[in-house]
Ligand binder design. Structure first.
Ligand SMILES: NC(=O)c1ccc[n+]([C@@H]2O[C@H](COP(=O)([O-])OP(=O)(O)OC[C@H]3O[C@@H](n4cnc5c(N)ncnc54)[C@H](O)[C@@H]3O)[C@@H](O)[C@H]2O)c1
Ligand SMILES: [Zn+2]
Length: 460
């Protein structure tokens, strides 16, 4: 998709014109200020209002907004305070613009317009009533709320952090796009050439979703793909970058805890096949990974729990209670730990396998549940219990932190799935366990012990 206009809505006196000029400068686009254009057209707005009435004025205003939004090429369009009362305008905003609501308190607005000749700003009580009346309309029209110009918040530095000179395509999951997409767009500023959306969740990790994306992207070989979202987005967009024009640069900007501590680190990208997860992919290291734990503030609690399972796994591997750290340290340490392991063994031939701690059990439980009803995080929490027990370690930390409840799946099915994953050699399986010297790969464990550990994770 090309770039939509950026539209600014909000009450009179909010400061839309000033913000509009600054945003236009930041993204290198022209600005259209509807009120200023109307003054050129009809002369003084208060006088016109007085002579023809509000309904006529709204009609003229609606045509001016329509014309501005239908224009090709990206611009910043500043709407008058009452323009959103038109349903047609609200609909057009939805189609043609990324709409920002400049939300400023009523006192500030009043203090800026009380001495003006604006017809709707003559009496404080009326002003206040109108302010309350309009709020739901702004909320309905807007994709995001801004309070001031520097509200690009968490992602403010993204523009400088994306290396190289070429154009940037922003790819995000449609849910995350609604929350952080505008910030990312503003932060990328003049570098941004295209925006694209993937479906949220595993649906992004399909060849159909990538096919759709590849057909839309216009970048040349100097371009960079920026992937904003959870692990599904970074996995899918990373593979899209690996294959588009035989490989272009990409920068993951992970927004979930799973993605910040795990999925976006290490250069593995993949999509799923009906036969199984992650069966088609590539090693394609990003040119940079931009991690901002502030993005996690909007993450739902159940998604956070998913990530905590990988955090606890990383802490156990590192031999430090990383899970006790505050968010920014926790993310930094976990991401650094995984990055170091992956840089020493980029192609997963030896040391990197330690990252599978607990995962043999987790995958068996997920497969036995046919990937429904048992999340990866819960399965990993249980898998860690089994790995700790087989390592002769205390399981208190995992039990307290993750409270893994046994799952109700068919025991035989889980055991078959585990054996499909790990071949038994001479009655033994090889697992990642924690030894006295730290994590060890390929530790031989008698099959009956593995079976018993697996059974203990299953309810009933
Ligand atoms: N490549 C690797 O090395 C690697 C490692 C681990 C996991 N993975 C993959 O990662 C995927 C799981 O990642 P995930 O758990 O992030 O799933 P996800 O991408 O589906 O994100 C989970 C949900 O959280 C939402 N979300 C994300 N960030 C948000 C935010 N800041 N605020 C509000 N909502 C937000 C998403 O829209 C989605 O609905 C799996 O497909 C897995 O295979 C890959
Ligand atoms: Zn995992």
């Amino acid at each position: 998709m090309g770039l939509k206009h950026v539209a600014l809505v909000g009450f009179m006196g909010a400061g839309k014109s000033t913000l509009g000029r600054r945003l236009a400068e930041r993204i290198g686009a022209p600005v259209t200020d509807i009120d200023a254009d109307l003054e050129n057209l009809v002369g003084s707005i208060p006088a016109y209002f007085e002579k023809h009435g509000e309904a006529v004025f709204r009609g003229v205003e609606e045509s001016a907004v329509t014309e501005a939004l239908l224009r090709n090429g990206r611009s910043v369009v500043v709407l008058g305070g009452g323009a959103v009362t038109s349903p047609a305008t609200r609909e057009l905003l939805g189609d043609r613009a990324t709409t920002l609501w400049l939300d400023v308190d009523v006192e500030t607005c009043w203090s800026r317009v009380r001495d003006s000749d604006r017809p709707l700003a003559q009496d404080y009580d009326d002003f206040r009533r109108l302010y309350e009346e309009r709020r739901p309309l702004y909320a309905d029209a807007a994709d995001a709320v801004v309070r001031d110009e520097d509200d690009a918040g968490a992602l403010r530095r993204l523009g400088e952090l994306v290396p190289a000179e070429g154009a940037v395509a922003l790819v995000s999951d449609s849910h995350v796009a609604g929350i952080h997409g505008v910030d990312a767009q503003l932060a990328l500023g003049t570098r941004l050439a295209e925006t694209h959306e993937l479906p949220p969740g595993e649906e992004a990790k399909t060849l159909a979703a990538l096919d759709h994306l590849w057909q839309e992207v216009r970048l040349d070989r100097t371009g960079t793909l920026v992937a904003l979202g959870g692990g599904c987005t970074t996995d899918a967009a990373g593979l899209a970058a690996a294959m588009y024009l035989r490989g272009i640069a990409w920068v993951p900007v992970p927004t979930s805890l799973v993605a910040q501590v795990d999925a976006a680190i290490g250069g593995k990208t993949a999509v799923d096949l009906p036969q199984g997860k992650n069966l088609v992919g590539a090693f394609h290291w990003p040119v940079r990974t931009v991690i901002d734990p502030a993005l996690l503030e909007t993450l739902p609690a159940e998604q956070r729990r998913e990530g905590m399972a990988e955090v606890v796994k990383t802490g156990l591997l590192a031999g430090e209670p990383l899970w006790e750290l505050p968010d920014d340290e926790l993310v930094r340490r976990c991401a650094a730990f995984k990055a170091a392991v992956c840089l020493r063994d980029p192609h997963d031939l030896a040391e990197r396998k330690i990252l599978n701690l607990g995962h043999t059990f987790a995958h068996a439980l997920e497969a036995a549940a046919a990937y429904e009803g048992v999340t990866h995080g819960r399965a990993v929490a249980l898998g860690l219990l089994a790995a700790l027990r087989l390592s002769g370690r205390d399981t208190a930390s995992v039990e307290e932190l993750l409270r893994p409840a046994p799952v109700r799946v068919d025991r035989e099915r889980a055991w078959h799935a585990l054996q499909r994953d790990k071949k038994t050699v001479g009655g033994e399986l090889r697992l990642v366990l924690l030894g006295d010297e730290g994590p060890q790969i390929d530790v031989p464990v008698p099959a009956e012990d593995v079976r018993r550990a697996l059974d203990a994770l299953i309810a009933g």
